[in-house]
Design a protein around this ligand. Structure first.
Ligand code: ADP
Length: 316
């Protein structure tokens, strides 16, 4: 349904997105995860035809976003992130804003009230239709943003940080709304926090500094790093930390080594990159150097740690 190929975007000399590719199947929910400034909004703006890519291509339901932007826009509902929440007209009432948005989107006059009613029902805002948007709670503002994106009954929804600024109860409600819409609609949402995408999305693409650093289902991301991926070794005494790091780095398939003194012993934490068990190699290295092992244990990384490691590039 959505096909992003080698997408790059530069703002003048500033790189915002570089060589990002991914696909989203019909009815899937894809999460774009990355810290602030990673390039998520830029990707979404290109997908929705607001920005032209510097290079690469995007196809939505078979239509190229640059060559056939109108066909693309017809099929997409976009909820943009503004300075204080979703991009809306805060002085308007909910229904007048939605009428205005429907007009802008080119909804034929005869279908407008029906479309607006349906969007309000889906977003759960019928009760507040006569209220001024600026006076609504942030949860309701978000729902108005969602209703606006749902006008014209789009096949694809692109939601920029749909739960930003909401309280935990509102977050649960919006998440549920989004989940209910998957299946018949294809959804891309962005977030800078991991629980958001791991709870809502079937597939996660992690973006950092404009580049894709991982793409997987949330289950696969977690599984990949399970099973003793990190090993902590404690050795007696306090040998030179630089020496310890150097010796342990000689082991193959080892991604990261951290050494710190802990009382009269030294704690060494290593993270492996492949699936091979490296405990024997750790043991051999300690023996070769006459370091006495007091303890060795392995544990898996949480998804939160995986994200942090991917986006802070602590590789050796
Ligand atoms: P995110 O949505 O992940 O926070 P953005 O796509 O907004 O990231 O930004 C990616 C990078 O592009 C950032 O370094 C940002 O400063 C830069 N950027 C975004 N919009 C513009 C713009 N209109 N002009 C220049 N630089 C921009």
């Amino acid at each position: 349904m959505i096909e992003v190929k080698n997408l790059s975007k530069f703002y003048g000399p500033t790189k915002a997105v570089e060589n990002v590719s991914f696909t989203v199947g019909k009815g899937e929910i894809l999460g774009l995860l990355g810290p602030n400034g990673a390039g998520k909004t830029t990707i979404m703006r290109i997908l929705t035809g607001y920005f032209q890519p510097t290079s690469g291509s995007v196809k939505i339901a078979g239509f190229d976003v640059v060559e056939e932007p109108l066909e693309v826009k017809k099929r997409i509902g976009y909820m943009q992130e503004g300075q204080q929440g979703p991009a809306l007209y805060y002085e308007m009432t909910v229904s007048s804003f939605l009428s205005f948005a429907a007009e802008i989107k080119g909804t034929p006059k005869k279908d407008r009230s029906q479309n607006i009613l349906k969007a309000m029902e889906l977003a759960g805002i019928k009760d507040v239709r006569h209220r001024i948007i600026g006076r609504l709670s942030s949860g309701y503002k978000q729902r108005v943003g969602l209703a606006q994106a749902l006008l014209n009954d789009p096949e694809i929804l692109i939601l920029d940080e749909p739960t930003r600024g909401l309280d935990p109860k509102q977050i649960i409600e919006i998440r549920q709304l989004i989940k209910n819409m998957a299946g018949e609609r294809t959804i891309i949402l962005s977030s800078h926090i991991l629980p958001e995408v791991s709870m809502t999305c079937g597939k996660i693409v992690i973006i950092d500094k404009g580049e894709k650093v991982a793409e997987d289902t949330q289950a696969e991301l977690a599984k990949k790093l399970e099973g003793g991926d990190r090993v902590v070794v404690k050795i007696k005494g306090k040998p030179d930390a630089g020496e310890v790091t150097k010796e342990f780095k000689k082991i193959k398939n080892l991604k990261e080594v951290r050494v710190e003194a802990e009382g009269n012993s030294t704690r060494i934490e290593v993270v492996r990159s492949g699936s091979k068990d490296i405990r024997e190699d750790l043991f051999a290295t300690a023996v070769e150097n006459n370091w006495i092992i007091l303890e060795m244990k392995s544990s898996s990384l949480s998804l939160e740690e995986v994200f942090l490691r991917l986006t802070t590039r602590e590789d050796v």
